[in-house]
Design a protein around this ligand. Structure first.
Ligand code: MEV
Length: 443
């Protein structure tokens, strides 16, 4: 039966009252409370902190926090924290990291760190006049936003430029103020949005009080002001490279030359075909999102950005690319990553803070390189499996423990199952049959 009861004022209820409400709708409030309480922290200070991060918090939702060790990036060794529910991601990242640590490591560099936001507005005067007013408007906007940007300027960031974009041919009288920012070590969403709202307010004020304008020209209708999560100029690249000979032992029975050639074809397919490109990029985001979560960064923004960038030519493509030249294999990812190492959750969430400590408290630029390396490592690991053993062998091995837990296997059953499936194909049916056979033997 579908429930149609609308709950009013839910956010104003205490946690206990909220659980009672849930109880009224779903069964017993006591059971709900017992279940949810078991996922709360003993440390009330930290629990209160987590409660207040979001609205209507009832409990904590746990995900594994792990480490992928041995990432050699620009000659510096990192052990990368990752938060992820998919069993094989940390294993794949670690395996790739170990391989590349022995073959020169990851080379990474930040190409640019510009972010942007737009004030979208309607102005009904002549376009030429708007262009003529722009220098004065810009001056006024920089002046008006001085107070808001003072701290950011001290940290080396601030507003870089304000540009007028004329889109009146696409929508009548529609223009944008395209504002570019450097947000130093913060992701900067709040800073950018506050600046944009100030700029919007001041733009309206500028037109309203500018002498000599007609009534129509005095009217500037701001539709909205918001940062863009698309940051094609906040870009990082990361690559690995080795001779074909060094790939000789990467998989039994396949020469380095053959491995590289297959790898390059797999990479090319992801460039050509959107079905493959999406999955290929998902494999990159396996690593990237896991680091983003472990360091308190906004993985939805990161994903939206990466996928938009993957379609920048009008066709969705892979974000990484393999090439072979002079008997050398080269694999590179180039993508926008807008990350922060100060502000937001980075210093609030106890484990995000720890994640950053584990990385040696990196700058935002350093974290961009580390995160890109994690993405490339997972992507390399996926392709390495896909073109050799297939993905399921490793995947299901890692998933075996989940299956055993779902079957409520005890320590001894797990031990025997792990031994039994060490060289066998894992499937739910096979595992269930095996566990049942152990259990019937014991009866
Ligand atoms: C699974 O999470 C990710 C892969 O599908 C990525 C890929 O196919 O490249 C293995």
């Amino acid at each position: 039966m579908k429930r149609k009861t609308i709950i009013s004022g839910f956010s104003k209820l205490s946690r206990e009252e909220k659980m009672e409400k849930m109880g009224e709708l779903t069964g017993s409030a006591e059971q709900i409370k017992a279940k949810l309480d078991s996922f709360r922290l003993q440390n009330t200070e930290q629990q209160n902190l987590l409660d207040e991060i979001s609205e209507n918090t009832l409990a904590n939702f746990y995900l594994p926090f792990g480490v992928a060790p041995n990432f050699l990036i620009n000659d510096h060794l990192y052990h990368i924290p990752m938060v992820i529910e998919e069993s094989s991601v940390i294993a794949a990242a670690s395996r790739s990291a170990k391989f590349w640590a022995r073959h020169g490591g990851f080379n990474a560099q930040v190409v640019s760190v510009v972010k942007s936001g737009q004030v979208h507005f309607i102005w009904k005067g002549e376009t030429n006049k708007l262009h003529n007013l722009l220098p004065e408007l810009k001056f006024d906007l920089f002046r008006a936003s001085q107070e808001l940007t003072i701290n950011m300027r001290k940290r080396g960031g601030g507003i870089q430029n304000i540009e007028l974009i004329d889109l009146s041919d696409k929508m009548e009288n529609y223009y944008q103020l395209h504002v570019t920012f450097d947000t130093a070590d913060s992701m900067g969403a709040n800073f950018i949005n506050s600046c944009l709202e100030k700029i919007a307010q001041q733009t309206k004020h500028f037109f309203k009080h500018y002498e000599g304008l007609s009534d129509v020209e005095r009217e500037c209708e701001v539709i909205m002001s918001i940062l863009s999560n698309y940051t094609p100029d906040c870009l990082v690249e990361c690559s690995v490279e080795c001779s074909l000979d060094e790939l000789d032992n990467i998989h039994p029975g396949i020469s380095g030359k053959e491995f590289a050639s297959r790898f390059q074809k797999a990479s090319k397919i992801a460039e050509l075909d959107i079905y493959r490109a999406t999955t290929h990029n998902k494999g990159i985001f396996n690593g990237i999102d896991a680091v983003a979560l472990a360091t308190g960064n906004d993985f939805r923004a990161i994903e939206a950005n990466g996928h938009a960038y993957a379609s920048k030519t009008g066709k969705y493509k892979s974000l990484s690319k393999a090439s072979i030249s002079d008997k050398r294999f080269h694999y590179q990812v180039k993508m926008p990553l807008s990350l922060g190492t100060v502000g937001g959750l980075t210093s609030l969430h106890p484990l995000a803070k720890f994640g950053l400590e584990l990385l040696g408290k990196p700058s935002a630029k350093e974290l961009m390189m580390i995160t890109a390396a994690a993405g490339l490592a997972n992507n390399f690991g996926a392709l390495r499996s896909l073109i050799t053993t297939g993905i399921q062998k490793g995947h299901m091995k890692m998933h075996l423990t989940n299956l055993l837990n779902a079957l409520k296997a005890d320590y001894e059953e797990k031990k025997q199952a792990l031994e039994y499936f060490a060289h066998k194909t894992v499937s739910y049916n096979e595992v269930e049959t095996f566990i049942n056979s152990l259990r019937t033997k014991l009866q």
